[in-house]
Design a protein around this ligand. Structure first.
Ligand code: MV4
Length: 503
């Protein structure tokens, strides 16, 4: 393997290209019309256009990607995350073309892709799953009603082809079932072209904790510990950390959770990097949710606490090498936290913000890592996901990692588009977050700005958010004045800027 094509864009394409560079591999980028000037294109040794901006016509076009690989002579394709990364047909197509797919075998992708099949496979392998309809498939409405009574309420209806909350419905009693089944089926049909659903008892007040797995082609499977991913909004993760503050110093619990993660991977003969997502309740009961058969956005927090370069390992595994270490060699040391920096307006329902990034000043210094695909002068288009960067901070303890994160967020300046930095700053000030005391409902509970119930503390919360936003706006304004003091700014404009700063 000498040359790798990266079938992705943005920060993850750059991340993968960097790993290729370090391994001495030649690199090939692909780009849509609007990405011609993107960082990943600049970074690669060569680059091929693959079509118009909409991903269905570019980054999701399997034939164009295979064609670019063949034209460039790339022997392998790394899919990154999103796009075709969990598409079994694409993995198969690569295999048929004699191209190495940097990921699991098509069969493992397929078995984990159908959440119903995945649950049955897991249960048979001794992996705990949430009680529900595992073992049954293609359930009719009548069967669902009968099963629902056996499971009890509240329960969740989930899409078999789903994942990530799409097509999911919460149901409190039998009477609500028929309508909920109908809408879950419709949503699933339109999103995935499949209207099969299954049922799970609802686990309330749960945390979302996941286990990072690495498996080579020789049957060696190791875990790299857990990540805490409960800080999310509408199934979009916002902050991730490793280790999980809930697991904390309970090494017995960690070992058990991670052992089950390994068991889940072994059950489908998993190869390459993957993640086993679990729900963990307040009594430390944990249940398999789903397995993501790809590299994840939040992999850097694991890299920082284990010292393992996950993408380098992926490439080594793909070219048939054995894992160079064993489970006993893996230790989690220190603490890492990641904030996803998105081009979206936290004060306007997180509406995506597009346009020219006029200035992008990223923090650096001790314990700070920034993975980004943008730069000053880059354009944020509405075609792809709004994540601009991942700001990852490391410390010997959680408190130090959080201190560094606050410092780094304050150093981060983005001009031209609105970002969610002030939102992160607010969370990083929250006492429950600081105490590690939160579950998946944290963001909803603490930051529902649209609620105006005076009997709650919401006004205080809203005031805190407004204060943060104002203070942030002031810092941004100062940065803009600083930048505009260059020669090309007229004295008149500068005078106005100085006046503004006095406010
Ligand atoms: C659950 C659950 C409670 N009980 N399943 C949401 C997305 C999908 N991956 C699974 N999800 C959930 N499944 C049972 N049986 C709560 C959630 C859930 C959630 C899970 C992970 C991260 C954030 C979440 C936010 C709300 C609900």
């Amino acid at each position: 393997m000498n040359k790798v094509l990266v079938a992705n864009r943005g920060e993850i394409a750059v991340r993968v290209l960097r790993a290729c560079r370090e391994l001495g591999l030649k690199t090939v980028a692909v780009y849509s019309d609007v990405d011609r000037k993107s960082l990943h294109v600049r970074y690669a040794d060569e680059a091929y256009p693959i079509g118009p901006a909409p991903s269905a016509q570019s980054y999701l076009r399997m034939e164009s990607l295979i064609e670019a690989a063949n034209k460039s002579g790339a022997e392998a394709i790394h899919p990154g995350y999103g796009f075709l990364s969990e598409n079994a047909d694409f993995a198969q197509m690569c295999a048929d073309e004699g191209i190495l797919f940097v990921g699991p075998r098509p069969d493992a992708i397929r078995r984990m892709g159908d959440k119903g099949i995945a649950r049955s496979t897991m249960k048979a392998a001794g992996v705990p799953v949430v009680p529900g309809t595992e073992g049954l498939s293609a359930l009719s409405d009548e069967e669902l009603l009968a099963e629902a009574e056996k499971i009890g309420f509240p329960l969740l209806i989930k899409a078999a082809a789903g994942g990530g909350g799409k097509g999911m419905r919460a149901v409190n009693n039998l009477a609500e079932m028929p309508v909920a089944i109908g809408s879950a089926r419709r949503e699933s049909k339109s999103a995935f072209g499949d209207d099969n659903v299954y049922l799970e008892k609802m686990i309330e007040g749960a945390r979302h904790i996941e286990v990072q797995i690495l498996a080579d082609q020789h049957g060696n499977v190791v875990h790299l510990g857990e990540r805490e991913c409960s800080i999310q909004r509408r199934h979009q993760k916002l902050i991730e950390e490793a280790p999980s503050p809930f697991v904390g110093v309970d090494q017995t619990f960690r070992d058990e959770l991670c052992r089950v993660g390994v068991l889940a991977a072994q059950a489908v003969d998993y190869v390459n990097a993957g993640t086993v997502e679990c729900l963990v309740d307040k009594d430390k009961n944990f249940y398999f949710l789903e397995m993501n058969t790809r590299l994840q956005v939040e992999h850097p927090v694991t890299e920082l606490v284990t010292g393992v370069d996950i993408v380098v390992q992926q490439l080594r595994i793909a070219r048939g090498e054995q894992l160079s270490f064993q489970q006993e060699d893996v230790a989690m040391r220190g603490w890492a936290v990641e904030c996803r920096i998105n081009a979206e307006d936290p004060f306007n329902q997180f509406f995506p913000s597009t346009g020219l990034i006029r200035q992008h000043d990223v923090p650096t210094g001790p314990g700070v890592r920034v993975d980004t695909g943008v730069f000053s002068g880059a354009e944020i288009t509405p075609y792809y996901d709004p994540m601009i960067a991942k700001l990852v901070c490391y410390g010997d303890k959680r408190s130090q990692a959080l201190r560094r994160m606050r410092r780094a967020l304050a150093e981060y300046h983005i001009l031209g588009v609105t970002s969610n930095i002030p939102f992160h700053q607010n969370i990083l000030q929250n006492n429950d977050f600081i105490a590690g005391n939160f579950d998946t409902s944290f963001v909803e509970k603490h930051f529902s700005l649209d609620q105006t119930d005076p009997s709650s503390q919401k006004h205080a919360e809203a005031a805190a958010i407004i204060a943060t936003l104002l203070s942030h706006a002031k810092t941004q304004r100062a940065a803009r004045i600083d930048r505009d003091c260059g020669e090309r700014v007229s004295a008149w404009k500068r005078a106005r800027n100085w006046k503004e700063m006095g406010r």
